[in-house]
Each structure stands twice: as structure tokens, then as C-alpha cells.
Design a protein around this ligand. Structure first.
Ligand code: GLU
Length: 400
């Protein structure tokens, strides 16, 4: 008898987490490794947020809360949605979960079943297709390469929709590319969606506050309020407030969907950590200047990394609009052999040899359903980035 259930065979372990753990283990074993694999801010959680958590502990806020989150946090989230995007979610139309990942997990598990299709533009974050498959749905991958700015067109969306389509997942700006849809591009996609009332929209805005060059990132319901009744607007504290370990994700959506997610969560984790929720209230309603400061640092690092990567023979790196990732193409490196003797047939060969020979951990593009590329997270200090890019250049120059 096998230990695991058949549903486990439908998914693979998260590659971003697997490579990050491997880099951590190599470092612990004494290897000189620079890890650019995890999508995790290097900044510390802002002090006002930490203080709010300590105060919550002192007040004894250490007990269960409502499954969907404390009234104070849901109110703060509603106010944030209103201030950032002019959205009018009521606190009861909001749910808090243990990280953005659990929001997506709850939404898809609660609504997707056998035969349902979920449209996922690629490159795509590693976990979307796996969660869809866990829910017994079918991911429908729509590729959008560097030549189209890593953004799908309305025509591509129209062609991907069938009577079985349940959701479109949009990540804006995107992990792993950092590409963002402009408000008018979202509007053009919304026009397609308005013609297909069976399609719901999962708007993953987790990186929306990390936007560059003066851009403001809009969300779907803001550009097309008529989609409000079939859109889940999700966000979280991890990326914008450097709070990955606190595990706070949240979403606003129509009441029947929020209730369905609440029901599922009541049978799994119950509420998100009460202390982390108190910290999130401060993050969302306290001063926002640390967000702007971190976004400015990411923009400076983006410029550094894009410039250095484009100096590497065989790589081609587009300039991202937001988030803290770059996703260079490495076609010019394929078919060659590294200085250490590794044959580089695929993007996965490339990242393995790069880690072995130069001690730089990155994630291969095929993990994001887009081979021929690799992802670097530049949410790390400038000196490490310069050293890492210098090593990548050395690696590329060594290919024969
Ligand atoms: N979202 C981050 C990443 O892409 C964190 C790890 C994960 O959950 O995938 O690296």
C-alpha cells in the first residue's frame, strides 16, 4: 500500500521553496552561496509594526479570533482598499488568511472542481497550477514572452476562454517577470471578461505597492466596477511591508465567495495568528513611508541588476515595472558547456551549474512554466547583488 493519496501525485513541491532550502543547506555546510532564489524582502519588518505586535501580546490578544480575521483588521483592510484603489468592500466582504497563498488555496479549493478550467498567463508563479490541480481543475496556460512584455493580449484571453472556464488568475505586477499591466491594458482585458459571465477573476495584487518609475498599479475592480461581483481582489503584508514570516494575506470579494472561503478555512487553520493580525492593522493603517522607501531601494537595485545582466554574454533581460524579480532569457547560453564541464541543455541545467560552480542560487524558468529563462530575486543588499551578477557574468563568459 502506498502512503500518499492520488491527489498528491497531481502536484510537485514548490520549486521556489525547494531551491531556497537547498541554498540555505549549502550555506549552513560552509559553502559561499548567494541566494537570489527566494521572493522575500531583505528588509526588516518596520519597527512600528513590531511594536504593535508586542503591545498586542501585552494586552493578551493571544486567543482565537473570528476565522475571517479580527473586526479591527478587516476594517483596516477595507480602508486600505478604499485609499489605494477607491474600492468599497465592507468588512464582512473581507477575509484574512495565513499568507496570500492560503487565500488563493481557499478560493480555488472552494470553487474549482473536475472539468473546471483556470486560465493562467505564463510565466506564472509556481503555485497557481499546482493548487488548481489539487482542486482537480485544469490549468489553461496562456504564454506571454518577453516580445510581448510578458503580458497577455485581449485576443489571447478571448481565445483561451471556453464554457468550462471558471477563473482567470492575474498577477500584477508579476512574479517572476516584474511586468505590470497598465490600467488601460486591464480595461481591455475587462472588456473580454464582460462578454463571458462564467469567468471569475482572481486578482493577485501582492506586489502592487512595489511599482517603479512613478507608476501606480491599478486593480481590476477599480478599472471595471461591473466585475466586482465575480472578482477576488487579493493582497497581503508579506511583500510590501517585509512581513513574510508573519503570514498575513487577505482578500475582498463578493459575500458568497468570502463565506465559502471562510467555511473551508474553519475546517483547516481557523484564524490567522492573532498577534500577526494586530501587527497587520498597524502596517496597513500606520505610516506608509517605509513602503515607499523599500520600493525606491528595489527600483535602484533593479537598474543595477538589469544593467549587469545585460552585460553577460547569452543573456537578455527586460526592465521590470515592479515587484523585485527579473526574468532574463538565456537562449544564448543553451547548447554550450560550462567552465566546470556541465552541458547546458536547459534552463534547469543552467541554474544547477550556476549554483555548483559559482555559488549563486536562482530559479529556472520552467518552474514558472516558461523554459529558456531564469528568475532572480533582487530583494537583497547591493553588495551581494553586485557580487552575484559578477559571478553570473563569469559563468556566462566561461561557456564554450
Ligand atoms: N512567493 C515567493 C517566491 O516566489 C515565496 C516562496 C513561495 O511561496 O513561492 O519566491
Amino acid at each position: 500500500m502506498t502512503l500518499t493519496a492520488a491527489r498528491l501525485d497531481r502536484i510537485s513541491p514548490s520549486q521556489t521553496i525547494a531551491i531556497t532550502s537547498k541554498a540555505r543547506a549549502l550555506k549552513a555546510a560552509g559553502r559561499d552561496v548567494i541566494s537570489l532564489s527566494a521572493g522575500e524582502p531583505d528588509f526588516d519588518t518596520p519597527q512600528n509594526v513590531k511594536d504593535a505586535a508586542i503591545a498586542a501580546i501585552a494586552r493578551g490578544e493571544t486567543k482565537y479570533t473570528d476565522v475571517a480575521g479580527t473586526p479591527a483588521l478587516r476594517k483596516a483592510i477595507a480602508a486600505r482598499f478604499a485609499a489605494d484603489h477607491g474600492l468599497d468592500y465592507k468588512p464582512e466582504e473581507i477575509i484574512v488568511a495565513t499568507g496570500g497563498k492560503q487565500i488563493i488555496f481557499n478560493a480555488l479549493l472552494a470553487t474549482v472542481g473536475p472539468g473546471d478550467e483556470v486560465i493562467i498567463p505564463a510565466p506564472a508563479w509556481v503555485s497557481y497550477p499546482d493548487i488548481v490541480q489539487l482542486a482537480e481543475g485544469t490549468p489553461v496556460i496562456v504564454p506571454a514572452g518577453q516580445n510581448q512584455g510578458f503580458r497577455i493580449t485581449p485576443q489571447q484571453l478571448e481565445a483561451a476562454i471556453t464554457p468550462k472556464t471558471k477563473w482567470l488568475i492575474l498577477n500584477n505586477p508579476s512574479n517572476p517577470t516584474g511586468a505590470a499591466y497598465a490600467p488601460e491594458e486591464l480595461k481591455a482585458l475587462s472588456e473580454v471578461l464582460l462578454r463571458h459571465p462564467n469567468v471569475w477573476v482572481l486578482m493577485d495584487d501582492i506586489y502592487a505597492k512595489l511599482a517603479f518609475d512613478g507608476r501606480r498599479i491599478a486593480t481590476m475592480v477599480e478599472v471595471e466596477p461591473a466585475l466586482r461581483d465575480r472578482t477576488l481582489t487579493m493582497n497581503g503584508c508579506s511583500k510590501a511591508y517585509a512581513m513574510t514570516g508573519w503570514r498575513i494575506g487577505y482578500a475582498g470579494g463578493p459575500l458568497p465567495l468570502i463565506k465559502a472561503m471562510d467555511k473551508l478555512q474553519s475546517q483547516s487553520t481557523s484564524n490567522a495568528c492573532s498577534v500577526a493580525q494586530a501587527a497587520a492593522v498597524e502596517a496597513l493603517s500606520g505610516p506608509q513611508d517605509s513602503v515607499a522607501a523599500m520600493a525606491a531601494a528595489y527600483q535602484r537595485r533593479r537598474d543595477l541588476v538589469v544593467r549587469m545582466l545585460n552585460e553577460c554574454p547569452g543573456l537578455r533581460c527586460a526592465t521590470p515595472d515592479g515587484a523585485f524579480y527579473v526574468f532574463p532569457g538565456l537562449h544564448g547560453c543553451l547548447g554550450k558547456t560550462s567552465a566546470g564541464g556541465a552541458r547546458i541543455g536547459t534552463d534547469e541545467d543552467f541554474v544547477i551549474a550556476l549554483l555548483e560552480e559559482q555559488g549563486v542560487a536562482a530559479v529556472h524558468g520552467s518552474a514558472f512554466l516558461f523554459p529558456g529563462h531564469f528568475r532572480i530575486s533582487y530583494a537583497t543588499d547591493d553588495a551581494s547583488l553586485v557580487e552575484a551578477c559578477t559571478r553570473i557574468r563569469r559563468f556566462c563568459e566561461g561557456l564554450r
